[in-house]
Design a protein around this ligand. Structure first.
Ligand code: NAD
Length: 299
């Protein structure tokens, strides 16, 4: 790896350059950090870098970054296919690889020997138990969940998830990183669904049961939440965007972990998923979608 040049705020390493990793890289670069990005192959790294350059370019078009700042972002980004090399000497390592305990634990075992004594290791997991990941990491007192939202450059929320092992020093330094990254922070004790999924799924499941019971159409339920409560988007349209299969997996997980009826998967959700109606990505969920745009109510 090429040596880092003048470090402004410190070094953030992002492991995994997929949907979330590249968005986190964008945010860290635009916030003035030296950033190291690692993925499993040169091709995956090149795709991720191209993705980051594209979104940084859009930020320039929208006046959010100057040309000079964008150039600094480019030169502050380094890459490696070797996760340990990328993590060595970093102040903060954010893991954003696929949602698998086995994959994540195998990666932590590879990087643990090179982490500095002060390095914070964070996982971007959406739903895995952070405590279990912390215990497998070898650095439990310096391990936290940092749950970013998609896309991170547009959605500023960061859920900071602490476990019983997280030290006070780790938490206070994680709060500083969150502020430097321009995040709106909420702090959550490790528990299934954290704050966001638990509340979001509660609302969506009840909205689906109301469609099942023909209380109102999907469109009218969404409109009620938008205009009556100021939500930017109704829970059923949001379910279409996230993917009905993804939401079904989350509610099954929460039902298994928390056991409350709220999370029992709604019948309509099971039915639509088994019919292949997965939302925007399949063109049909609670709404019809063409070229990624909602065209009409489908239920
Ligand atoms: P993704 O599949 O888009 O990207 C994962 C990336 O990790 C891929 O580029 C893959 O090649 C790479 N990877 C796999 N193994 C690796 C390894 N050992 N070392 C380095 N890179 C490796 O996944 P994603 O949607 O970005 O999700 C990543 C994490 O973020 C998951 O834990 C997910 O639950 C969480 N998350 C996702 C979203 C979302 O909306 N997609 C939102 C919040 C949190």
């Amino acid at each position: 790896m090429v040596d880092t040049t003048d470090s402004v705020k410190g070094i953030i390493t992002v492991l995994g350059g997929g949907t979330m990793g590249r968005g986190i890289v964008h945010v860290a670069l635009a916030s003035g950090f030296q950033v190291r990005l690692s993925d499993i192959s040169e091709e995956a790294v090149a795709n991720a870098v191209a993705g980051v350059h594209k979104t940084l370019g859009r930020a320039v078009e929208r006046g959010k970054l100057s040309e000079d700042e964008c150039q600094s972002c480019h030169s502050n980004l380094q890459t490696s296919v070797d996760a340990a090399e990328a993590a060595s000497g970093a102040d903060l390592v954010i893991e954003a690889i696929p949602e698998s305990i086995d994959l994540k634990c195998a990666l932590y075992a590879r990087i643990a020997p090179v982490l500095g004594a002060q390095t914070i290791l964070a996982t971007n997991t959406s739903a895995l138990p952070v405590t279990q990941l912390a215990e497998a990491s070898g650095v439990a007192e310096r391990f936290v969940g940092m749950h970013f939202f998609n896309p991170p450059f547009a959605l500023k929320l960061l859920e900071l998830i602490r476990t019983e092992h997280s030290s006070e020093d780790t938490l206070s330094r994680a709060r500083v990183f969150a502020a430097q990254l321009g995040r709106q922070l909420v702090e959550v004790r490790d528990s299934p669904g954290f704050a966001t999924s638990r509340l979001g799924i509660t609302l969506a499941n009840e909205a689906m049961r109301m469609v099942e019971q023909e209380v109102a159409s999907a469109s009218d339920i969404d409109t009620a939440l938008r205009f009556g409560y100021g939500h930017p988007m109704g829970p059923l349209e949001l379910t279409d965007l996230v993917g009905l299969d993804v939401r079904l997996a989350i509610t099954r997980h929460l039902y298994a972990e928390l056991g409350t009826d709220t999370f029992q998967p709604p019948r309509i959700l099971e039915d639509l998923v088994s019919q292949g109606r997965l939302g925007r990505k399949s063109g049909h969920g609670f709404y019809h979608w063409v070229d990624g745009k909602k065209v009409e109510t489908a239920s």
